[in-house]
Design a protein. Sequence first.
Length: 336
Amino acid sequence: MEPEHITLRDVARDAGVSYATASRALNGSDRTVRKENADRVRAAADRLGYTPDLSAQAIARGSSSTVALVVNDIDDPYFSSIAAGVTEAAQEAGLIVTMAIADRSPGLELQIVRTLRGHRPRAVIIAGTRTAGSDTHAALTDELSAYHESGGRIALISQPELPFTTLSIDNYGGARRLAVALAGAGYRRFAIVHAGDDIRTSADRRQGFTDGLHASGLTLDAADQIVTDFTRAGGNQAAATIASRRPEAVFAVNDVMAIGLMSGLRDAGLTPGTDIAVAGFDDIAAAVDVLPSLTTVRVPLYDLGRQALEVALSGAAPARIDILVEVVLRESTPKT
């Protein structure tokens, strides 16, 4: 008999045990199998060249050896840095990471979670901003609750809006402290490049920066708050408006937007850090590679990914974990 035709029933028959006993011995069920029977089953499987069915293992164990990571955009270094941390923690736990891209769509995120439930991953990590006004909130909560009740583990890297363990980045506080630091360095006329306020991360950072300016005795004109896509291209597109407004300093609500803005300012004949200071948020790796190096708010992205998986696998009760951030002043905001 060819190895590829060997079934679990063949193994059970060769070992002289029931099909159920062979399944429990090879597929990792928590039910007890007598040692001598388990040894006979494994020996028969080796002798016959039987390969276990991974789907059957997942059903027997209640979960597979995979971790599911759902992110908004893998091209964004913010998410790829988090993914690197999740992946390393998974490898140390003997697990494999599978990744799905939600493309900032609450509907697609819900569809992905529904699909993942059928694959029984050991844990689901969702990294991405909540979206205000989404009508999928209740349905997503129901799907994740059903997954959790079946033994699945969950951690979110997001705003603490769902009843599951959430690692919550201090977006508001970090942006507020950045505004105070830049005002303290001598800047007086600012602009903000941000996404629509339906994207909670952008809204929290915009509000934090605005409040920091107000606390420093400064105001921000409505015309100096430019709404664009939450991407590098969005930052680049905002450069023409910034060049015409000529503020002293611009805060882009994430680093990829800030880097796109710097490129657009150069295209407009301006030098970032000299003609107009630029700051971002996240401290992605490229923030120190651009010229001038980018002032930003550091989020421990890699460690955040590791921590998210570790806390999910721990099985601890749902909790909010506040993630502290740090203002980092660099050459793109040289005034002192």
